[in-house]
Design a protein around this ligand. Structure first.
Ligand code: ADP
Length: 272
């Protein structure tokens, strides 16, 4: 099934010093791959490269085994949807119209929507539970509602790969879970490959099939959450006192940042 994405030896930047250095990974169809790392480590830059919005200086991105550069713009948009951290939305569009924009890579020469496009938009709004907002103005929604509108637009695009840059940033815990459950639903029900950036290591641990931890533009570790979220790797990357144990939900690791007043002699080795 199509929807595989891989990065080979990617080095990239914005001029002088490279921001990303020799990043390589493969994501299989229907997998949830989450990139974590400290601020400024290059996560957004990596997403922009995967989305074809920024060129790597070295290395390549392959989608279904083909170099990203060999895809036309519309062809790529039919394959892959990108939900950036902040979507500029200066016009007071209605929610339904924003979701329908997701159909643009599929529309014919005159850009006329068909009944099927309208139907897909309705289904995407239903899937993301925003159908009741269809006639509301996008600029008058809460952060959580807007986030779901942009995810609905991406779903309406019918991509095989979905890229999301911190889709849960600035959401409360209920909305974080809702967005992450939605991603999981897409993975299971539509076999969509999900690649996302998260600043929340615990949320990432609960949902990722594979995690990639990057620090200062380099790969620190990649693999199952329990292999990546170890005291040693996290301490090295984030440089702060923390505890790693097992989540009460099962075999997933749980990371607890440790406030200074809790640091004690007997916890040395566990906390820094
Ligand atoms: P993260 O998403 O992990 O916080 P970014 O990819 O946003 O990291 O940034 C990585 C580094 O690249 C930072 O040092 C940042 O200042 C730099 N950077 C990001 N965007 C630009 C840009 N457009 N021009 C120059 N430097 C940039």
């Amino acid at each position: 099934m199509p929807g595989a994405i891989s990065a080979r030896q990617i080095s990239a930047g914005y001029g002088q010093e490279p921001v990303l250095k020799e990043i390589s990974f493969s994501v299989n169809t229907g997998e949830c791959f989450i990139v974590i790392g400290p601020n400024g480590s290059g996560k957004t830059t990596l997403m922009k490269i995967l989305a074809g919005l920024h060129r790597a200086d070295k290395g390549s991105v392959l989608i279904d085994g083909r170099a990203i550069g060999s895809y036309g713009r519309r062809e790529l948009a039919r394959k892959m949807a990108f939900v950036p951290q902040q979507v500029p939305m200066d016009f007071p569009f209605r929610v339904r119209d924003v979701v329908l924009f997701g159909r643009s890579p599929h529309l014919g020469t005159f850009g006329i929507e068909s009944g099927r496009d309208a139907d897909l938009a309705a289904r995407a709004m239903e899937f993301t539970e925003i159908d009741h907002l269809a006639q509301r103005r996008i600029d008058q929604l809460s952060g959580g509602e807007r986030q779901r509108v942009f995810i609905a637009r991406a779903i309406c695009q019918e991509p095989e790969v979905m890229l999301l840059d911190e889709p849960t940033a600035a959401l409360d815990i209920a909305h974080q879970l809702r967005v992450m459950d939605l991603m999981e639903k897409m993975k299971f029900e539509k076999s969509i490959t999900v690649v996302m950036v998260s600043h929340d290591v615990n949320l990432a641990a609960m949902y990722a099939d594979t995690l990639l931890l990057i620090n200062r533009g380099r790969m620190v570790q990649s693999g199952a959450p329990e292999a990546v979220l170890t005291y040693k790797t996290l301490e090295e990357a984030y440089g702060c006192p923390l505890l790693v144990d097992q989540s009460p939900l099962g075999s997933v690791p749980r990371v607890t940042p440790v406030p200074g007043r809790y640091i004690r002699e007997d916890l040395k080795g566990i906390v820094r």
